[in-house]
Design a binder for this molecule. Structure first.
Ligand SMILES: *[C@@H]1O[C@H](CO)[C@@H](O)[C@H](O)[C@H]1NC(C)=O
Ligand SMILES: *[C@@H]1O[C@H](CO)[C@@H](O)[C@H](O)[C@H]1NC(C)=O
Ligand SMILES: *[C@@H]1O[C@H](CO)[C@@H](O)[C@H](O)[C@H]1NC(C)=O
Ligand SMILES: *[C@@H]1O[C@H](CO)[C@@H](O)[C@H](O)[C@H]1NC(C)=O
Ligand SMILES: *[C@@H]1O[C@H](CO)[C@@H](O)[C@H](O)[C@H]1NC(C)=O
Length: 570
């Protein structure tokens, strides 16, 4: 059913035939409106149940209609240091703030700000994960602060006195002791009241210390206190200096010695948001350095991990493949590729994820590509947002109605498998659809938000935003830019119009791969910069099978091992 629609819609896609667009548009818009309302209901079902059964604790347990004070457990699989006497920080409410604005619920947003201003207190004996607390709590507060004070929005807060910014500053000051290491790489864990514990583990992940810059940088820009941005940047630079000669980064490392622990690496757990933040920091702060770092890192990924539409893991030192697994977290990658301009590659990877989604009804945490089966133990689906996120980016970039169908399928699955009376429950095992008593805060911060933004353009109409890795929007502000990235206007990302004469060599500098020329009679869908791998097994026999690299627009060649790659220096 879905596929048929896809073919139908693409054949008469408004991009190709502008003249029959209006009829299709109105049908599509009616569909989107209907879906938007469904997502709105989902958000409020999750939110209202949290408020009734769990607030002001951290997260809702939807099956037992109770709560968990999970901020102190996030990222902690072994639960070894569970604090006593910690009673929660209203995590899910903080995570819902920006979603309330996206949904246009200003009344509830103000009410929440009022409560948090009066009651939130970070002087608590709780050992928290720096990364998780940064993206969820600091990011949630900062985004809400900016949205509350943004003159372009219709929120008028006569009584708002920057309370969220004070809370954010108080929290981030409690992060700083974690950065006091010889390497500048922060500890993964810090106690909000007492700082780093004496016996704290020195192991952290690449994303754990390499994706703090958006939130910490934003805080420094808002307060004028440079300590936050400096600490995050110092860690990022140190991490950068640890790359291998192949421009690859491991997954875990030691913050005391600055040495790698786990060399096998990919684009999923432990590394994902590191790549994301290099690029998004470039958009937000306009520093050329971030682009240079991202660019080299992106080429490393495409060269060593990519296998046709999939991404496997490889050893950072040798580039040799290690694990052939698709993980649910990797599904964010196509969304990032859309921002970079590599829409065609994003589309093909997104499609593979959708096949797996269709096979199980949702995405399993881990799927073994070489055997085409689900991982024997990691069969869960905790309502993760990444696939919806990429679907949103791809739709906004292409306006291809097929992505609306994908979104519909996501909404349908979530409602039929995970909705319970007391909220939305995670799936413990996607083969049996057995549920788990947990509604993660990111379901409200991200999953519902990205689905809503897939079906509704209003929030994005007036401003350019960068979404943090937790889905909290930060507006792109000219004053924050060292230099405005040349042609990067986010609201313009939906327009592929390229002046043929001004063909540039970098996908980024031309914003979108200088590919899709409007107005021509030819099929303009496939990026001219990206010829898909010709063969079904995605391995090449000769250079002709490889096409053109979409970041650099250079010809790719076929390696001895049968992989397409870019072997030229830039
Ligand atoms: C948390 O709640 C318990 C039980 O209500 C109470 O005894 C304790 O003092 C509270 N702890 C804090 C830090 O408020
Ligand atoms: C805002 O959220 C509250 C709490 O769920 C709800 O009662 C209210 O109807 C919402 N308002 C709008 C305009 O959606
Ligand atoms: C700290 O770690 C050492 C070595 O593992 C152990 O012997 C010691 O008991 C630990 N101390 C505390 C307070 O946990
Ligand atoms: C995405 O891929 C499908 C299948 O290969 C193709 O039909 C479609 O045109 C592509 N869409 C875009 C926007 O590249
Ligand atoms: C979009 O891009 C065009 C051409 O590059 C530019 O003139 C225009 O100002 C941009 N629009 C916005 C909203 O940035």
């Amino acid at each position: 059913m879905l596929r048929k629609w896809a073919v139908l819609f693409l054949a008469v896609s408004p991009i190709v035939f502008g003249f029959c667009a209006s009829h299709l548009d109105s049908r599509l818009e009616a569909k989107r409106k209907q879906m938007r309302d469904k997502v709105r209901q989902m958000f409020y079902h999750a939110y209202d149940n949290y408020m009734v059964h769990a607030f002001p604790h951290d997260e809702l347990k939807p099956l037992s209609k109770s709560f968990t004070d999970s901020l102190s457990e996030l990222g902690n699989l072994k639960l070894e240091h569970l604090p006593r006497g910690y009673n929660g920080s209203a995590l899910t409410l903080i995570e819902s703030l920006s979603s309330l604005v996206v949904l246009g619920n200003n009344t509830e947003f103000e009410k929440a700000i009022h409560w948090l201003s009066q009651n939130l207190n970070f002087d608590v004996d709780a050992r928290i994960n720096l990364f998780e607390c940064n993206i969820r709590v600091l990011g949630g507060l900062l985004s809400a602060h900016i949205l509350a004070t943004d003159s372009a929005s219709r929120l008028v807060h006569g009584s708002y006195k920057k309370q969220l910014l004070f809370l954010a500053t108080d929290l981030a000051l409690r992060f700083l002791p974690a950065f006091e290491t010889p390497s500048g790489l922060p500890y993964a864990w810090v106690n909000l009241k007492f700082g780093v514990m004496p016996n704290e583990t020195t192991e952290t992940s690449t994303s754990g210390c390499g994706s703090l810059i958006l939130e910490m940088g934003t805080l420094s820009r808002l307060t004028g206190d440079p300590r936050f941005e400096s600490a995050a940047l110092r860690a990022l630079r140190k991490l950068w200096s640890m790359r291998s000669s192949l421009n690859l980064f491991g997954t875990t490392l030691d913050v005391q010695t600055g040495e790698w622990i786990e060399y096998s690496t990919g684009i999923g757990a432990g590394v994902d948001s590191f790549y994301e933040y290099l690029f998004k920091a470039y958009i937000l702060f306009g520093k050329e350095d971030y682009w240079k770092m991202f660019h080299s890192a992106y080429l490393g990924v495409q060269k060593y991990f990519r296998h046709g539409p999939w991404y496997h893991e490889a050893d950072m030192r040798t580039g040799k493949a290690t694990y052939w697994q698709l993980t649910s977290l990797q599904a964010f990658w196509p969304g990032l590729q859309v921002l970079v301009g590599d829409v065609a590659a994003a589309n093909s990877t997104h499609r593979e994820f959708f096949h797996v989604w269709e096979k199980y009804g949702v995405l399993p945490e881990r799927y073994l590509l070489d055997h085409q089966i689900i991982h024997p133990t990691e069969k869960y689906y905790p309502l993760r947002p990444e696939f919806a996120e990429s679907t949103f980016y791809l739709y906004q970039a292409t306006k291809d109605p097929w992505y609306i169908e994908v979104g519909e399928s996501i909404v349908k699955s979530l409602n039929s498998y995970t909705k319970v009376e007391g909220g939305f429950a995670s799936i413990r095992d996607v083969t049996t659809m057995q549920l788990e008593d947990h509604q993660h805060s990111f379901f409200l911060a991200e999953t519902c938000k990205y689905l809503y933004l897939l079906f509704d353009d209003e929030f994005l109409a007036n401003r350019n935003y960068v979404f943090t890795t937790e889905g909290h929007p930060l507006p792109v502000i000219r004053d924050w830019q060292d230099r405005l990235p040349e042609t990067f206007f986010l609201t313009n990302r939906t327009y592929f119009k390229m002046n043929e004469k001004k063909r540039k060599t970098s996908a980024l500098s031309s914003q979108v791969c200088p590919a899709i020329s409007l107005g021509s009679q030819k099929q303009p869908i496939e990026s001219a910069c990206h010829v898909p791998d010709a063969r079904l097994d995605h391995r090449c026999l000769s250079d002709d099978d490889c096409g053109i690299d979409s970041t650099t627009c250079r010809l790719r060649s076929c390696s001895m091992a049968g992989y397409c790659g870019l072997w030229l220096f830039l």
